[in-house]
Design a protein around this ligand. Sequence first.
Ligand code: BTN
Length: 273
Amino acid sequence: MNKKTLNENNLEKIQNAIFKNNLTIGHKIYYYPLVQSTMNVAKKLVEVACPHGSLIIAASQNGGRGRMSRTWVSPVGGLWFSIILTPSIPPSLFSKITLAAGISVCEVIQELYNIKPGLKWPNDVLLNNKKVCGILTESLVESNIIKHAILGIGINLNFYKEELPEELYLTGSTILSETGKYLEPEIFLHKLLIRLNEKYSLLESQRIFEIDRYKNFSITLGKQVTAIYHDKEIFGLAKDINGDGNLIIELENGENIEVCSGEVSIRVLGSYS
Ligand code: BTN
């Protein structure tokens, strides 16, 4: 079967629907068959005052970026996009945008494939314990005000895991490989945009972050984890995720350490690293 990918026609339909419903995220869509990284395109667009909620999507990327300066392999068949946000929330609430995006992706997978994904804190989406989606946020903060943020989401949708580099086979996969199902990418994207809009507006207007929904998908809670925290490796029990979305790790000496998503990379012991 041919890979199902997005094209300008089906994107226009989504955009019209988003526009009609007066939703912010996705009201303007920029589509490219190939870019280095949608994050870079978004950064350039933001410099020329591209409006809040603009979505930049590419059929493939040849220089996709992940967290911790990692490469993000982005062949045709995946969903690769970035959203420009000029949030009216304080920087302290900012990490919740990324966490809320993780919940949104999980909810869409659950709805469309009838399978429950997991969230490895802060925001790796896993199916059968393998990463199928990653989320990256980059922001410009000046005088404690978020000038803009770029939310990048990469979903390994309609291609097989063999297209990923071999070293990722143990830890990463694709939704197609894990479920055996191709899905129209525009359906996935449309549903995701609706959820992102809902969660973003909850956060922005009422400062509400759905921590219980987040915890419901968490595969990190209750597990032993290691984390690099302030340049030191710490080891302990992932005890809780607090209302700010920060992870509470209980060390062996009983001390609790609160780690914020921007600060650490964690490893869940006995799970994928
Ligand atoms: C991670 O490391 O888990 C985050 C991966 C984020 C990948 C997406 S794909 C769309 C956007 N463009 C990029 O270059 N990266 C993000």
